[in-house]
Design a binder for this molecule. Structure first.
Ligand code: NDP
Length: 281
């Protein structure tokens, strides 16, 4: 299964489909990622907050793959936004992964109600990691339009990606449109809404007609909209199923039927980034 790549605004490329490891327990991570690599995934999305970066690095090495063959993203933990702390946290990420660079490093949440709302200094710290080559690309996650506008106004680097909650019930259209207009690639987290869209009657109807699973249809819908996705699963057959989506195409009428499932803000599952202030203890 060949996964297409998306060109980023800094000249690098990212595989459009990867494997997410949020909520994969650290001791199970090496096994799950090994299985995903074996199934053909070459892009892993982890984070300092997930506590499982070590298992990601171990799995890549155990697979006998060269570092350059796998795209690895990690994210700065909440609570580490101050520049000096961010620098140490980034070093710990590289150490945990066991590599001297990441392909992509993100600010996980903007935390606009903490640090006097100063995510700009944090972003400038990520610019250092890009400048010294230890992060090939830098981006953000859960940034709203106002947060992106500030970065664009006050710094020299437009984020390469913005990783946001996005699925059929919460299409996050205002942020996705802003990303598009400014050359920022959108990564859709919780692409199948952590399972909540799987029994939707419109989706089960489409899936039946294509002889595919609902998860495959939803992931295909993301791909056709140009989103980058990294569904998470610890279940071998689902891991294989989620990457087997490049041998069929949804008709425009079915894409539109899924577009119509958007519930706006009511469809959001996760926290609202304008208010989210969780800092791990
Ligand atoms: P997903 O939408 O990927 O859903 C994962 C859930 O769906 C799991 O319970 C999994 O179960 C189940 N599942 C996966 N595939 C299938 C399938 N084919 N059929 C039926 N059920 C399936 O949610 P996530 O929240 O994990 O999002 C994906 C990734 O996005 C994360 O792993 C992480 O990398 C990133 N993310 C980023 C956030 C951010 O703030 N930046 C926030 C949340 C996620 P099981 O594992 O038991 O098979």
């Amino acid at each position: 299964m060949t996964v297409p790549s998306i060109g980023l605004n800094d000249g690098h490329e990212i595989p459009q489909l990867g494997f997410g490891v949020f909520q994969v327990p650290p001791r199970e991570t090496e096994r799950a990622v090994s299985f995903a690599l074996d199934a053909g995934y070459r892009h892993i999305d982890t984070a300092e907050m997930y506590g499982n970066e070590e298992g990601v690095g171990r799995a890549v090495r155990a697979a006998g793959l060269d570092r350059g063959e796998v795209y690895i993203t990690s994210k700065l933990n909440n609570g580490y936004h101050r520049p000096d702390v961010a620098r140490r946290a980034f070093e710990s990420t590289l150490e945990a992964l066991g590599y001297d660079y990441v392909d992509l490093f993100l600010i996980h949440w903007p935390l606009p109600t903490l640090y006097d709302g100063d995510f700009v200094s944090t972003w400038k710290t990520l610019e250092e990691f890009k400048a010294d080559g230890r992060a090939r690309s830098i981006g953000v996650s859960n940034f709203q339009v106002a947060h992106l506008e500030r970065l664009i106004r006050e710094t020299d680097t437009v984020p390469a990606v913005n990783q946001i909650e996005l699925h059929p019930y919460f299409q996050n259209r205002e942020v996705a449109a802003f990303d598009r207009e400014h050359g920022i690639a959108t990564e859709a987290w919780a692409p199948i809404a952590q399972g909540k869209v799987l029994d939707d009657p419109t989706l089960t109807g489409v899936a039946e007609r294509y002889g595919r699973s609902v998860a495959q249809v939803v992931l295909r819908w993301h791909i056709q909209h140009g989103m980058i996705v990294f569904p998470k699963s610890v279940t071998p057959e689902r891991i294989r199923e989620n990457i087997a989506i490049f041998d069929f195409e949804l008709e425009p009428v079915d894409v539109e039927a899924i577009d119509a499932l958007d519930r706006g803000e009511a469809g959001r599952n996760g926290p609202n980034p304008d208010a989210f202030d969780y800092v791990p203890s």
